[in-house]
Write a protein that binds this ligand. Structure first.
Ligand code: 4AD
Ligand code: MG
Length: 465
Protein backbone atom coordinates (compact mmCIF):
# COMPACT_ATOMS: atom_id res chain seq x y z
CA UNK A 1 0.00 0.00 0.00
CA UNK A 2 1.22 3.46 -0.87
CA UNK A 3 2.48 5.42 2.10
CA UNK A 4 0.50 8.44 3.30
CA UNK A 5 2.54 11.23 4.82
CA UNK A 6 1.50 11.95 8.39
CA UNK A 7 0.88 15.60 7.56
CA UNK A 8 -1.77 14.50 5.04
CA UNK A 9 -3.17 11.70 7.19
CA UNK A 10 -3.82 14.15 10.02
CA UNK A 11 -5.87 16.34 7.72
CA UNK A 12 -7.85 13.53 6.16
CA UNK A 13 -11.53 12.96 6.95
CA UNK A 14 -11.81 9.69 5.05
CA UNK A 15 -12.74 7.73 8.14
CA UNK A 16 -12.85 3.99 7.69
CA UNK A 17 -10.23 4.03 4.95
CA UNK A 18 -7.20 1.73 5.13
CA UNK A 19 -3.96 3.70 5.08
CA UNK A 20 -0.28 3.12 5.62
CA UNK A 21 2.12 5.45 7.43
CA UNK A 22 5.82 5.06 8.11
CA UNK A 23 7.98 6.87 10.59
CA UNK A 24 9.98 6.95 13.81
CA UNK A 25 8.41 6.06 17.12
CA UNK A 26 8.41 8.99 19.54
CA UNK A 27 6.83 7.07 22.39
CA UNK A 28 4.74 4.04 23.22
CA UNK A 29 2.47 3.71 26.20
CA UNK A 30 -0.61 1.67 27.06
CA UNK A 31 -2.05 -1.06 29.24
CA UNK A 32 -2.55 -4.80 29.07
CA UNK A 33 -5.13 -4.60 26.28
CA UNK A 34 -3.90 -1.85 24.03
CA UNK A 35 -0.83 0.16 23.07
CA UNK A 36 -0.63 3.74 21.79
CA UNK A 37 2.28 4.61 19.52
CA UNK A 38 3.11 8.25 18.75
CA UNK A 39 4.63 8.21 15.27
CA UNK A 40 6.44 11.02 13.46
CA UNK A 41 7.72 11.03 9.88
CA UNK A 42 9.17 14.54 9.70
CA UNK A 43 6.48 15.87 7.36
CA UNK A 44 4.99 17.83 10.26
CA UNK A 45 5.76 18.53 13.89
CA UNK A 46 2.61 16.61 14.84
CA UNK A 47 2.61 12.89 15.58
CA UNK A 48 -0.10 10.50 14.55
CA UNK A 49 -1.38 8.04 17.10
CA UNK A 50 -1.38 4.36 16.19
CA UNK A 51 -3.68 2.28 18.37
CA UNK A 52 -2.73 -1.37 18.65
CA UNK A 53 -5.35 -3.74 20.05
CA UNK A 54 -3.66 -6.90 21.38
CA UNK A 55 -6.57 -8.99 20.16
CA UNK A 56 -5.58 -8.10 16.59
CA UNK A 57 -1.81 -7.90 16.97
CA UNK A 58 -0.11 -9.89 19.72
CA UNK A 59 1.64 -7.79 22.34
CA UNK A 60 4.88 -9.69 21.74
CA UNK A 61 5.03 -8.27 18.19
CA UNK A 62 5.38 -4.82 19.74
CA UNK A 63 8.47 -5.69 21.78
CA UNK A 64 10.86 -4.02 19.30
CA UNK A 65 8.61 -0.97 18.92
CA UNK A 66 10.47 1.34 21.27
CA UNK A 67 11.34 5.04 21.20
CA UNK A 68 13.50 5.75 18.16
CA UNK A 69 12.63 2.62 16.23
CA UNK A 70 11.28 2.91 12.70
CA UNK A 71 8.05 1.22 11.70
CA UNK A 72 5.49 0.91 8.96
CA UNK A 73 1.92 0.86 10.26
CA UNK A 74 -1.17 -0.08 8.29
CA UNK A 75 -4.68 0.28 9.60
CA UNK A 76 -8.01 2.08 9.57
CA UNK A 77 -8.20 5.84 9.81
CA UNK A 78 -10.69 6.76 12.54
CA UNK A 79 -11.82 9.90 14.28
CA UNK A 80 -9.93 10.27 17.53
CA UNK A 81 -11.51 10.64 20.95
CA UNK A 82 -8.20 11.72 22.49
CA UNK A 83 -7.68 15.40 23.03
CA UNK A 84 -5.29 17.34 20.80
CA UNK A 85 -5.69 15.11 17.78
CA UNK A 86 -8.38 14.68 15.15
CA UNK A 87 -7.60 11.24 13.73
CA UNK A 88 -5.77 8.09 14.68
CA UNK A 89 -5.02 4.76 13.07
CA UNK A 90 -6.32 1.46 14.36
CA UNK A 91 -3.54 -0.86 13.36
CA UNK A 92 -4.02 -4.09 11.48
CA UNK A 93 -0.35 -4.61 10.68
CA UNK A 94 2.93 -3.33 12.10
CA UNK A 95 6.24 -3.93 10.36
CA UNK A 96 9.46 -3.00 12.11
CA UNK A 97 12.11 -1.53 9.79
CA UNK A 98 14.77 -0.70 12.36
CA UNK A 99 14.99 -1.17 16.09
CA UNK A 100 16.57 1.26 18.57
CA UNK A 101 18.00 -0.34 21.67
CA UNK A 102 16.42 1.45 24.66
CA UNK A 103 19.66 1.02 26.61
CA UNK A 104 21.72 3.03 24.14
CA UNK A 105 19.42 5.21 21.99
CA UNK A 106 20.52 8.74 22.96
CA UNK A 107 17.13 10.42 22.57
CA UNK A 108 15.25 8.50 25.21
CA UNK A 109 13.81 11.32 27.21
CA UNK A 110 12.44 14.67 26.29
CA UNK A 111 14.01 17.93 27.40
CA UNK A 112 17.66 17.42 26.50
CA UNK A 113 19.82 20.53 26.63
CA UNK A 114 20.82 22.22 23.36
CA UNK A 115 24.46 21.55 24.27
CA UNK A 116 23.83 17.82 24.56
CA UNK A 117 21.90 17.79 21.29
CA UNK A 118 24.87 19.42 19.51
CA UNK A 119 26.95 16.40 20.49
CA UNK A 120 24.43 14.17 18.73
CA UNK A 121 23.83 16.37 15.70
CA UNK A 122 23.42 13.21 13.61
CA UNK A 123 20.25 12.36 15.55
CA UNK A 124 18.93 15.71 16.67
CA UNK A 125 16.84 16.24 13.49
CA UNK A 126 14.52 13.66 15.06
CA UNK A 127 13.60 15.94 17.94
CA UNK A 128 10.58 18.23 17.76
CA UNK A 129 12.79 21.28 18.07
CA UNK A 130 15.17 20.43 15.25
CA UNK A 131 12.42 19.08 13.05
CA UNK A 132 10.76 22.49 13.38
CA UNK A 133 13.99 24.41 12.76
CA UNK A 134 14.92 22.36 9.70
CA UNK A 135 11.47 22.67 8.13
CA UNK A 136 11.65 26.42 8.71
CA UNK A 137 15.14 26.48 7.20
CA UNK A 138 13.82 24.86 4.04
CA UNK A 139 10.96 27.33 3.88
CA UNK A 140 13.30 30.30 4.25
CA UNK A 141 15.41 29.06 1.35
CA UNK A 142 12.28 28.82 -0.76
CA UNK A 143 11.24 32.32 0.38
CA UNK A 144 14.57 33.73 -0.78
CA UNK A 145 14.45 32.13 -4.22
CA UNK A 146 10.81 33.15 -4.57
CA UNK A 147 11.49 36.77 -3.69
CA UNK A 148 14.30 37.21 -6.17
CA UNK A 149 12.63 35.24 -8.90
CA UNK A 150 9.46 37.30 -8.56
CA UNK A 151 11.47 40.51 -8.71
CA UNK A 152 13.37 39.62 -11.87
CA UNK A 153 16.74 38.65 -10.40
CA UNK A 154 18.79 35.82 -11.85
CA UNK A 155 20.32 33.14 -9.63
CA UNK A 156 24.02 33.44 -10.40
CA UNK A 157 26.49 30.75 -9.32
CA UNK A 158 29.77 32.08 -8.05
CA UNK A 159 32.78 29.86 -7.37
CA UNK A 160 33.53 28.40 -3.97
CA UNK A 161 37.22 28.11 -4.74
CA UNK A 162 38.82 31.46 -5.39
CA UNK A 163 42.08 33.38 -5.19
CA UNK A 164 40.65 36.71 -4.02
CA UNK A 165 39.85 37.76 -0.48
CA UNK A 166 36.72 39.83 -1.04
CA UNK A 167 36.43 41.19 2.47
CA UNK A 168 40.18 41.59 2.81
CA UNK A 169 40.12 40.26 6.32
CA UNK A 170 42.54 37.40 5.72
CA UNK A 171 40.15 34.79 7.04
CA UNK A 172 40.46 32.31 4.21
CA UNK A 173 40.80 28.53 4.35
CA UNK A 174 43.43 27.43 1.87
CA UNK A 175 42.73 24.76 -0.72
CA UNK A 176 45.75 22.76 -1.76
CA UNK A 177 46.88 19.37 -2.98
CA UNK A 178 50.44 20.02 -1.92
CA UNK A 179 52.21 17.72 0.47
CA UNK A 180 52.08 19.76 3.63
CA UNK A 181 54.97 17.79 5.12
CA UNK A 182 57.28 18.69 2.28
CA UNK A 183 56.48 22.20 1.07
CA UNK A 184 58.49 23.64 -1.78
CA UNK A 185 59.73 27.12 -0.88
CA UNK A 186 61.38 29.80 -2.99
CA UNK A 187 64.68 31.53 -2.14
CA UNK A 188 62.83 33.93 0.22
CA UNK A 189 61.32 31.07 2.14
CA UNK A 190 57.87 31.74 0.63
CA UNK A 191 55.73 28.80 -0.39
CA UNK A 192 55.97 28.18 -4.12
CA UNK A 193 52.49 27.42 -5.42
CA UNK A 194 53.48 26.99 -9.07
CA UNK A 195 53.20 23.21 -8.80
CA UNK A 196 50.03 23.33 -6.71
CA UNK A 197 46.71 22.25 -8.24
CA UNK A 198 45.66 25.73 -9.36
CA UNK A 199 49.19 26.98 -9.94
CA UNK A 200 48.66 29.64 -7.32
CA UNK A 201 47.38 30.10 -3.82
CA UNK A 202 43.69 29.24 -3.71
CA UNK A 203 41.15 29.30 -0.92
CA UNK A 204 37.49 28.81 -0.08
CA UNK A 205 35.49 31.94 -0.76
CA UNK A 206 34.51 34.38 1.99
CA UNK A 207 31.91 36.00 -0.28
CA UNK A 208 30.58 35.68 -3.82
CA UNK A 209 30.26 39.42 -4.17
CA UNK A 210 33.14 40.24 -6.51
CA UNK A 211 31.98 37.69 -9.06
CA UNK A 212 28.38 38.67 -8.32
CA UNK A 213 29.23 42.21 -9.44
CA UNK A 214 30.40 40.81 -12.77
CA UNK A 215 27.00 39.16 -13.12
CA UNK A 216 25.12 42.36 -12.32
CA UNK A 217 27.21 44.23 -14.90
CA UNK A 218 25.69 41.98 -17.56
CA UNK A 219 22.37 40.63 -16.33
CA UNK A 220 21.32 43.73 -14.38
CA UNK A 221 20.06 42.00 -11.25
CA UNK A 222 21.51 38.81 -9.82
CA UNK A 223 21.68 37.01 -6.51
CA UNK A 224 23.87 34.29 -5.13
CA UNK A 225 22.89 31.77 -2.48
CA UNK A 226 25.59 29.41 -1.37
CA UNK A 227 28.08 28.32 1.25
CA UNK A 228 30.69 30.79 2.47
CA UNK A 229 33.73 30.09 4.60
CA UNK A 230 35.51 32.20 7.18
CA UNK A 231 38.44 31.13 9.28
CA UNK A 232 37.68 33.70 11.93
CA UNK A 233 38.62 32.24 15.22
CA UNK A 234 35.65 33.66 17.06
CA UNK A 235 33.68 31.28 19.18
CA UNK A 236 30.47 33.29 19.45
CA UNK A 237 26.78 32.37 19.24
CA UNK A 238 26.63 34.29 15.95
CA UNK A 239 29.65 33.05 13.95
CA UNK A 240 30.17 29.91 11.91
CA UNK A 241 33.24 28.89 9.93
CA UNK A 242 30.91 27.62 7.19
CA UNK A 243 27.69 29.54 6.66
CA UNK A 244 25.29 30.27 3.83
CA UNK A 245 25.05 33.70 2.36
CA UNK A 246 22.60 35.38 0.00
CA UNK A 247 24.16 38.18 -2.04
CA UNK A 248 22.02 40.20 -4.42
CA UNK A 249 23.79 42.69 -6.68
CA UNK A 250 21.87 45.30 -8.65
CA UNK A 251 22.93 47.65 -11.43
CA UNK A 252 21.73 51.25 -11.66
CA UNK A 253 20.61 51.75 -8.07
CA UNK A 254 21.75 54.13 -5.37
CA UNK A 255 21.88 53.98 -1.61
CA UNK A 256 18.19 54.69 -0.92
CA UNK A 257 16.99 52.02 -3.33
CA UNK A 258 19.46 49.56 -1.85
CA UNK A 259 18.02 50.14 1.61
CA UNK A 260 14.49 49.77 0.22
CA UNK A 261 15.42 46.35 -1.16
CA UNK A 262 17.09 45.24 2.07
CA UNK A 263 14.01 46.17 4.07
CA UNK A 264 11.47 44.79 1.62
CA UNK A 265 13.37 41.52 1.24
CA UNK A 266 13.71 40.92 4.99
CA UNK A 267 10.04 41.66 5.56
CA UNK A 268 9.10 39.28 2.75
CA UNK A 269 11.15 36.48 4.34
CA UNK A 270 9.71 37.03 7.81
CA UNK A 271 6.17 37.16 6.44
CA UNK A 272 6.84 33.96 4.51
CA UNK A 273 7.75 32.23 7.74
CA UNK A 274 4.56 33.40 9.43
CA UNK A 275 2.46 32.34 6.43
CA UNK A 276 4.11 28.97 5.79
CA UNK A 277 5.53 27.66 9.07
CA UNK A 278 2.67 28.17 11.46
CA UNK A 279 2.83 24.91 13.44
CA UNK A 280 6.61 24.94 13.77
CA UNK A 281 6.73 28.59 14.84
CA UNK A 282 3.94 28.02 17.33
CA UNK A 283 5.92 25.15 18.84
CA UNK A 284 9.10 27.25 19.17
CA UNK A 285 7.05 30.13 20.53
CA UNK A 286 5.44 27.92 23.19
CA UNK A 287 8.55 25.98 24.15
CA UNK A 288 11.38 28.51 23.97
CA UNK A 289 10.43 32.09 23.34
CA UNK A 290 6.97 33.37 24.18
CA UNK A 291 7.63 36.63 22.32
CA UNK A 292 8.74 35.02 19.05
CA UNK A 293 5.65 35.31 16.89
CA UNK A 294 4.89 38.83 18.12
CA UNK A 295 8.46 39.87 17.36
CA UNK A 296 8.18 38.50 13.82
CA UNK A 297 4.91 40.31 13.28
CA UNK A 298 6.30 43.57 14.63
CA UNK A 299 9.17 43.54 12.13
CA UNK A 300 6.74 43.29 9.23
CA UNK A 301 4.72 46.21 10.53
CA UNK A 302 7.49 48.68 11.40
CA UNK A 303 9.48 50.97 9.19
CA UNK A 304 13.21 50.41 9.74
CA UNK A 305 15.21 53.35 11.09
CA UNK A 306 17.86 54.69 8.70
CA UNK A 307 20.76 55.98 10.73
CA UNK A 308 24.12 57.39 9.64
CA UNK A 309 27.01 55.88 11.64
CA UNK A 310 28.03 59.30 12.94
CA UNK A 311 24.58 59.87 14.45
CA UNK A 312 24.69 56.35 15.90
CA UNK A 313 27.96 57.15 17.65
CA UNK A 314 26.40 60.33 19.04
CA UNK A 315 23.50 58.35 20.48
CA UNK A 316 25.88 55.83 22.06
CA UNK A 317 28.06 58.58 23.54
CA UNK A 318 24.97 60.25 24.95
CA UNK A 319 23.93 56.93 26.51
CA UNK A 320 27.35 56.53 28.11
CA UNK A 321 27.05 60.05 29.53
CA UNK A 322 23.76 59.02 31.07
CA UNK A 323 25.33 56.05 32.81
CA UNK A 324 25.08 53.25 30.24
CA UNK A 325 28.02 50.84 30.54
CA UNK A 326 29.51 49.05 27.52
CA UNK A 327 32.35 46.55 27.53
CA UNK A 328 34.00 47.97 24.38
CA UNK A 329 34.73 51.61 23.45
CA UNK A 330 32.70 53.34 20.76
CA UNK A 331 34.39 56.47 19.59
CA UNK A 332 34.05 57.74 16.03
CA UNK A 333 36.08 55.38 13.88
CA UNK A 334 35.50 52.27 16.00
CA UNK A 335 33.76 49.24 14.59
CA UNK A 336 30.56 48.80 16.56
CA UNK A 337 30.40 45.76 18.80
CA UNK A 338 27.29 43.64 19.02
CA UNK A 339 26.41 45.30 22.36
CA UNK A 340 26.34 48.73 20.66
CA UNK A 341 24.25 47.50 17.78
CA UNK A 342 21.82 45.88 20.15
CA UNK A 343 21.58 48.96 22.33
CA UNK A 344 20.55 51.06 19.33
CA UNK A 345 18.09 48.49 18.03
CA UNK A 346 16.61 47.11 21.21
CA UNK A 347 16.81 49.94 23.71
CA UNK A 348 17.07 53.22 21.85
CA UNK A 349 14.83 52.75 18.80
CA UNK A 350 13.01 49.50 19.54
CA UNK A 351 13.08 48.50 15.89
CA UNK A 352 15.47 47.39 13.15
CA UNK A 353 18.07 49.94 12.10
CA UNK A 354 19.83 50.35 8.76
CA UNK A 355 23.14 51.96 9.60
CA UNK A 356 24.83 53.90 6.82
CA UNK A 357 27.95 55.85 5.91
CA UNK A 358 30.63 54.16 7.98
CA UNK A 359 34.24 55.34 8.37
CA UNK A 360 36.11 53.89 5.41
CA UNK A 361 38.81 52.37 7.63
CA UNK A 362 36.43 49.82 9.14
CA UNK A 363 34.88 48.73 5.85
CA UNK A 364 36.01 46.81 2.76
CA UNK A 365 37.86 48.34 -0.19
CA UNK A 366 34.99 48.22 -2.69
CA UNK A 367 32.56 50.58 -0.93
CA UNK A 368 31.66 53.87 -2.56
CA UNK A 369 33.45 56.81 -1.01
CA UNK A 370 31.37 59.80 0.12
CA UNK A 371 32.33 63.36 -0.74
CA UNK A 372 33.70 63.87 2.77
CA UNK A 373 36.48 61.43 1.79
CA UNK A 374 36.07 59.85 5.22
CA UNK A 375 32.95 57.74 5.04
CA UNK A 376 31.71 55.07 2.65
CA UNK A 377 28.19 54.13 1.58
CA UNK A 378 27.72 50.97 3.61
CA UNK A 379 24.16 49.98 4.56
CA UNK A 380 24.18 47.31 7.28
CA UNK A 381 20.90 46.10 8.74
CA UNK A 382 20.88 45.62 12.50
CA UNK A 383 18.18 43.43 14.02
CA UNK A 384 16.82 42.90 17.50
CA UNK A 385 18.44 39.96 19.31
CA UNK A 386 20.89 39.47 16.42
CA UNK A 387 22.83 42.64 15.70
CA UNK A 388 24.16 42.69 12.13
CA UNK A 389 22.00 40.53 9.88
CA UNK A 390 22.86 42.17 6.55
CA UNK A 391 26.08 43.80 5.38
CA UNK A 392 25.66 45.88 2.26
CA UNK A 393 26.95 48.85 0.31
CA UNK A 394 26.93 50.94 -2.81
CA UNK A 395 30.04 49.93 -4.80
CA UNK A 396 32.75 52.30 -5.95
CA UNK A 397 32.19 52.37 -9.70
CA UNK A 398 34.89 54.91 -10.50
CA UNK A 399 38.06 53.22 -11.77
CA UNK A 400 40.52 55.78 -10.42
CA UNK A 401 39.00 55.96 -6.96
CA UNK A 402 38.81 52.17 -6.72
CA UNK A 403 42.42 51.80 -7.88
CA UNK A 404 43.58 54.36 -5.34
CA UNK A 405 41.90 52.39 -2.58
CA UNK A 406 43.31 49.09 -3.76
CA UNK A 407 46.78 50.59 -3.79
CA UNK A 408 46.34 52.27 -0.42
CA UNK A 409 45.43 48.90 1.07
CA UNK A 410 48.19 47.12 -0.82
CA UNK A 411 45.78 44.56 -2.23
CA UNK A 412 47.71 42.37 -4.70
CA UNK A 413 46.80 43.62 -8.17
CA UNK A 414 47.52 40.41 -10.00
CA UNK A 415 44.43 38.80 -8.51
CA UNK A 416 42.14 41.77 -9.17
CA UNK A 417 42.53 42.58 -12.88
CA UNK A 418 39.24 40.99 -13.86
CA UNK A 419 37.34 42.87 -11.17
CA UNK A 420 38.86 46.16 -12.29
CA UNK A 421 37.83 45.42 -15.88
CA UNK A 422 34.18 46.03 -14.87
CA UNK A 423 35.22 49.60 -14.03
CA UNK A 424 37.27 49.89 -17.18
CA UNK A 425 34.58 48.69 -19.59
CA UNK A 426 31.05 49.98 -19.23
CA UNK A 427 31.16 50.70 -15.54
CA UNK A 428 27.84 51.53 -13.93
CA UNK A 429 26.50 52.56 -10.56
CA UNK A 430 25.55 49.44 -8.64
CA UNK A 431 24.99 48.16 -5.15
CA UNK A 432 24.32 44.98 -3.23
CA UNK A 433 24.30 43.25 0.10
CA UNK A 434 24.93 39.96 1.86
CA UNK A 435 22.43 38.33 4.19
CA UNK A 436 23.79 35.68 6.54
CA UNK A 437 21.28 32.86 6.15
CA UNK A 438 21.86 31.51 9.65
CA UNK A 439 21.49 35.00 11.15
CA UNK A 440 18.08 35.17 9.47
CA UNK A 441 17.35 31.70 10.85
CA UNK A 442 18.31 32.84 14.35
CA UNK A 443 15.84 35.68 14.08
CA UNK A 444 13.01 33.63 12.65
CA UNK A 445 13.34 30.70 15.06
CA UNK A 446 14.26 32.68 18.17
CA UNK A 447 17.17 30.31 18.80
CA UNK A 448 20.06 31.70 20.84
CA UNK A 449 22.99 29.95 19.19
CA UNK A 450 23.86 29.83 15.50
CA UNK A 451 25.03 26.21 15.94
CA UNK A 452 21.39 25.26 16.38
CA UNK A 453 20.01 26.61 13.11
CA UNK A 454 22.24 24.69 10.67
CA UNK A 455 22.19 20.87 10.56
CA UNK A 456 25.93 20.32 11.00
CA UNK A 457 27.76 23.41 12.32
CA UNK A 458 31.44 24.07 11.61
CA UNK A 459 33.19 26.13 14.27
CA UNK A 460 36.73 26.35 15.64
CA UNK A 461 37.86 22.89 16.75
CA UNK A 462 34.63 21.30 15.59
CA UNK A 463 34.00 19.56 12.30
CA UNK A 464 32.27 16.42 13.52
CA UNK A 465 29.66 14.70 11.36
O1 4AD B 1 29.24 41.87 6.36
P1 4AD B 1 29.82 40.77 5.51
O2 4AD B 1 31.22 40.35 5.80
O3 4AD B 1 29.68 41.29 4.02
C1 4AD B 1 30.11 40.63 2.91
O4 4AD B 1 30.62 39.56 2.87
C2 4AD B 1 29.77 41.37 1.64
N1 4AD B 1 30.62 40.85 0.56
C3 4AD B 1 28.31 41.21 1.34
C4 4AD B 1 27.87 41.93 0.10
O5 4AD B 1 27.79 43.16 0.12
N2 4AD B 1 27.58 41.22 -0.97
O6 4AD B 1 28.90 39.49 5.61
C5 4AD B 1 27.54 39.58 5.23
C6 4AD B 1 26.67 38.91 6.27
C7 4AD B 1 26.75 39.50 7.66
O7 4AD B 1 25.93 40.62 7.78
C8 4AD B 1 26.29 38.35 8.51
O8 4AD B 1 24.86 38.26 8.49
C9 4AD B 1 26.82 37.15 7.77
O9 4AD B 1 27.06 37.55 6.44
N3 4AD B 1 28.07 36.64 8.34
C10 4AD B 1 28.18 35.52 9.06
N4 4AD B 1 27.25 34.62 9.44
C11 4AD B 1 27.67 33.57 10.17
N5 4AD B 1 28.95 33.35 10.52
C12 4AD B 1 29.92 34.22 10.15
N6 4AD B 1 31.20 33.98 10.48
C13 4AD B 1 29.55 35.37 9.39
N7 4AD B 1 30.22 36.41 8.85
C14 4AD B 1 29.31 37.16 8.23
MG1 MG C 1 29.68 43.05 7.91
Amino acid sequence: MKRTEIKDALQSTEYGKQINVKGWVRSRRGNKNVSFIALNDGSTIKNIQIVVDFEKIPESDLQPVTTGSCISATGTLVESMGKGQTVEIQATEIEVYGTADPNTYPLQKKGHTMEYLREIAHLRPRTNTFGAILRIRHNMAIAIHTYFHQHGYFYFHTPLITASDCEGAGQMFQVTTKNLYNLKKDENGQIDYSDDFFGKMAALTVSGQLEGELGAMALGKIYTFGPTFRAENSNTPRHLAEFWMIEPEVAFIQKDELMDIEEDFLKFCVKWALDNCHDDLQFLNDMFDKGLIDRLKSVIDTEFVRLPYTEGINILQEAIKNGKKFEFPCNWGDDLASEHERYLVEEHFGKPVIMTDYPKEIKAFYMKLNEDNKTVQGTDVLFPAIGEIIGGSVREEDYDKLMAEIERRQIPMKDMWWYLDTRRYGSAPHAGFGLGFERLMLFVTGMQNIRDVIPFPRTPKSAEF
